[in-house]
Design a protein around this ligand. Structure first.
Ligand SMILES: [Zn+2]
Ligand SMILES: [Zn+2]
Length: 118
């Protein structure tokens, strides 16, 4: 996995939009990322969703999310390294580190980079 510079993994502006159902992040290196709520819920990094110790997480057997699962209630800071998201179904275990978010940036530039990196 490629290493990120401090600028690449430090958010400058974090702008959640309930209207567009996205969280937009502008990073200190000037790059802009836009994460849809669905994408963020599917990317939830917690042990319940992702699995742990060889045990598959709930997302592994999930094909569709309910509206409550992709309805964002609250975004909160976790120290200065991450944010947490509370979803309408009550799930709030996901700690999205800045580094993780930058690595999963769904924009064409980042996707392209990751493809050529394989
Ligand atoms: Zn989760
Ligand atoms: Zn990107």
């Amino acid at each position: 996995m490629s290493r990120l510079t401090d600028e690449q993994k430090t958010p400058d502006i974090i702008a959640p939009s309930l209207e567009r159902r996205t969280i937009d992040i502008t990073w200190t290196d000037g790059h802009q990322s836009s994460y849809s709520f669905e994408f963020l819920r599917w990317s939830c990094p917690c042990a319940i969703c992702r699995g742990e110790g060889g045990v598959p997480g709930v997302l592994a057997s999930t094909h569709e999310l309910t509206p409550d699962q992709t309805e964002l209630v609250e975004v909160g800071p976790v120290g200065n390294y991450a944010m947490s998201i509370t979803w309408k179904d009550g799930h709030a275990a996901g700690i999205y580190t800045w580094e993780y978010l930058r690595l999963i940036c769904p924009c064409p530039i980042c996707r392209g980079q990751q493809e050529t990196g394989q």
